[in-house]
Design a protein around this ligand. Structure first.
Ligand code: F6P
Length: 761
């Protein structure tokens, strides 16, 4: 604020100071000239006076040839500091008498051919001298001439002083006028702001009341000042919108539902279109032996965003990666989804093999994924991959721009695949509201700094209106990273970054899931029985469940090591406990993922050999795709769910497990390195790297009294139910709508204040 008013004052003072400065420099030579003429006139008069005063004594001493008296007369006269020298030239124009200061070079040559008193300025090695020649005559004869020499250096000294005074005077004048201008401008500006504020606080609110209400009101609304009147209508409309937003926002007593989200979009964003852009598509059309099947991918992002899109409608732009995707779309590459009950449009973008290799497998998953997760796998950065990443981001940005029906759509950009897209869209649609959500962790500045294109990534993301992370900690890391690598203005208190004239709000929005409907799928009892039967396990078998993509960040190896340790330390659990690990194949063309799968399989084999027999295997590994209904049955059948990620943005498996347990039983073991651990405090929180601690937690979960299970589960269920995915989306959209409104108000106020200021200045 102080900086802004300083800049404002500078804008007023600077031109004024420049004008006054130029004026001062133009006037100095004039003043010089004037003072010189004035001093010359003074010197002439002075010389004449002196010459006249010396006439009488000289007409007496010269005929007497009284050198002593003449010299005394001369010496006394030159005591005057400005009279430099005196001389007397006789009637033959020979130098007869002179003071010691009289320059020899002057001699007795005439300074002017005219008769009478002659004056001139001559320049000698001693400096500029003012010469006055005064003839000395008696009534009878011409005795000679008196020569008076004045030193003119004092004139130059005085001129320099005068110049100094003139410049100082103008500088002072500039300061005083500037100060007066600034004070007047500030008073007017404050007056204007006060009028707007009073209008916002009192006037508009009073005027908004019904006539009956205002009759009872003790205070009469102040009249709107004339300078604010043109804004009154606009401000009132915007104030209404903000009030409505506040009401919706403060309405925390209600659970967020799809309907509430729809209402919010309708009221707050005036039915604006919503465009989601992500790499992974929500539905894949696949060729199978039974014809074309539609699949839902194993992705936290899809789990979270899909219900939001069902509620908001709009268009979801994603990479068409299913083998039958091209057969399902229309000529604009669009397909209505969900297939059974379409409520929004899926717009597919096609990528070449080369693009997919470089952008998805290469830069996104061999570079950014390990970079952000810090799970002890080295990130790989290749220039070729980067080029593809830039190109594909541009392709998706173009798709967003093409799909947008207005110039200010709401764009929800998802994840690390599209760090450059927000800026690319912003360049073409400057009025768009771009909400970017980063689904994975954001590392500390040092770790992020190893990315060769770190500045480009940060600049790309700062094209967003709002940038969301799961946790405050990731927001903080991001702000610090920007602080380290870009010349941006960061306001930590309000978590905003100003870069290239664009403001981005960085906020934590913990992602969640859609709370299931009561009648969703088979119940707990039924699932417990049927799953155990399918697995060939006794009815009372203790069951653990893990559901993950087969990814090295998920802590699957550490989880199995903890199970091994638990069976070692509690042999009574051997044969009584089984762990089902659902591992959806993921990014399997990458070496790192192939190696990881091989390590997981070999560890499972070793543990199963160690503790199992022909009827019993402690770990049942299922490396295949499972749909959400199948996964839900496992959640309901299990006694304990293990989430042991080495690092995870949120981890929605933890929340899905809780949502599935309407019996309020079952225990969640949760890695302290997940975003979910910041919310689900009643889980058994573990450090997945600490194998003994993990073993202990598994044993504790399997032996936890029912009452404790219920207490923990009840508390976590109530949190996940309220803090659901509609709240996640709703908060982001509300914040975005607030920023849109604020921007509109600021634009109006700025344009109006500029007009007012112009009038003042
Ligand atoms: O939790 C979300 C997430 O981890 C994304 O970051 C990622 O895109 C997705 O799940 C799964 O990965 P992929 O899209 O590569 O299958």
């Amino acid at each position: 604020m102080q900086l802004r008013s300083f800049k404002f004052s500078l804008r007023l003072i600077l031109p004024l100071a420049i004008v006054l400065g130029l004026f001062a420099f133009a006037i100095v030579p004039l003043v010089d000239n004037l003072t010189m003429r004035w001093f010359m006139r003074e010197l002439d008069a002075r010389s004449n006076m002196l010459a006249n005063a010396m006439q009488d004594p000289l007409t007496e001493y010269v005929p007497q040839k009284s050198a002593k008296k003449i010299n005394q007369l001369f010496d006394r006269a030159i005591l005057d500091e400005r009279l430099y020298a005196l001389a007397f030239c006789d009637a033959d124009n020979q130098l007869a008498y002179k003071t010691v200061t009289y320059p020899d070079s002057l001699g007795c040559r005439s300074v002017s051919p005219k008769l009478g008193v002659r004056q001139a300025v001559i320049h000698t090695p001693q400096g500029a001298l003012h010469i006055t020649e005064s003839p000395l005559n008696t009534e009878a004869e011409h005795l000679g001439k008196l020569v008076l020499v004045h030193d003119m250096s004092f004139i130059e000294r005085r001129n320099a002083d005068t110049r100094k005074y003139v410049i100082t005077l103008f500088a002072l004048l500039a300061v005083i006028i500037s100060l007066i201008t600034v004070v007047v401008a500030h008073l007017s500006w404050r007056g204007w702001i006060t009028s707007v504020k009073s209008l916002l606080r009192g006037g508009l609110l009073h005027r908004e009341q019904s006539p009956a209400a205002s009759n009872h009101s003790a205070t009469v609304p102040p009249p709107t000042p004339p300078e604010v009147q043109p804004l009154e209508g606009d401000l009132r409309a915007l104030l209404n919108e903000i009030n409505l937003e506040r009401r919706t926002r403060d309405d925390s007593s209600h659970i967020w539902t799809p309907e509430k989200l729809r209402t919010l979009l309708h009221e707050e964003l005036a039915g604006d279109e919503v465009l989601v852009v992500s790499n992974r598509e929500p539905y894949l059309h696949m060729h199978t032996r039974n014809g074309v099947e539609v699949r839902r991918p194993a992705s936290g992002l899809v789990t979270a965003v899909e219900p939001v899109m069902r509620a908001c409608s709009g268009t979801w732009i994603a990479h068409g990666s299913g083998s039958a995707d091209r057969d399902a779309v229309d000529r604009n590459d669009r397909v209505p989804v969900p297939p059974a009950n379409p409520s929004y449009t899926l717009r597919r973008v096609w990528l070449t093999k080369e693009e997919e290799e470089g952008y998805y497998y290469g830069f996104a998953n061999e570079g950014l994924w390990p970079l952000c997760h810090i799970a002890h796998v080295r990130p790989v950065f290749r220039s070729g991959d980067w080029d593809q990443y830039v190109q594909v981001n541009q392709r998706f940005a173009d798709a967003v721009i093409k799909e947008a029906r207005t110039d200010d759509p709401v764009v929800l950009a998802q994840d690390y695949h599209f760090a450059l897209l927000p800026r690319m869209v912003r360049e073409v649609l400057p009025k768009a509201t771009i909400i970017t959500f980063w689904h994975i962790p954001w590392p500390n500045p040092e770790s992020f700094g190893i990315c060769p294109w770190r500045e480009e990534i940060l600049e790309g993301l700062l094209g967003s209106t709002t940038l969301g992370f799961h946790t405050e900690f990731h927001c903080k890391n991001f702000l610090e990273t920007v602080d380290r690598y870009l010349e941006a203005r960061i306001e930590h208190e309000v978590s905003t970054i100003s870069y290239g004239g664009k403001l981005t709000k960085v906020e934590d929005y913990p992602i969640s899931i859609a709370w299931p409907e009561a009648e969703d799928g088979p119940g707990v009892a039924e699932s417990r029985t049927s799953i155990r039967q399918e697995l060939g396990l006794p009815a009372n078998q203790l069951l653990g469940i893990g559901v993950d993509r087969l990814d090295y960040t998920k802590g699957i190896i550490e989880r199995f090591q903890a199970i091994e340790k638990m069976l070692e330390q509690h042999p009574e659990m051997v044969g009584r406990f089984s762990m089902v690990q659902i591992a959806a194949p993921s990014r399997s063309s990458l070496d790192e993922y192939q190696n990881f799968e091989a390590r997981v399989r070999s560890l499972v084999q070793r543990i199963n050999r160690r503790f199992g027999n022909s009827n019993y295997e402690p770990i049942l590994l299922k490396v295949e795709h499972h749909d959400s209904d199948q996964v839900n049955r496992y959640y309901r059948a299990a006694d304990v769910c293990l989430v042991t990620s080495l690092h995870d943005g949120m981890n929605l498996v933890a929340k899905e497990f809780i949502a599935a347990r309407d019996d309020e039983h079952g225990v969640l073991i949760l890695s302290q390195f997940t975003g979910a651990a910041r919310e689900l405090h009643e889980a058994l929180i573990v450090n997945p790297y600490h194998i003994e601690q993990g073993a202990e937690a598994i044993y504790r979960a399997l032996t936890m009294p029912e009452i404790e299970q219920r207490e923990r589960m009840r508390s976590m269920r109530s949190l996940v139910k309220d803090f659901n995915i509609y709240r996640w989306a709703g908060r982001m959209l509300l914040d975005a709508s607030r920023l849109r409104q604020r921007e509109r108000i600021m634009t109006k106020i700025h344009s109006h204040s500029r007009k007012s200021l112009r009038r003042v200045v």
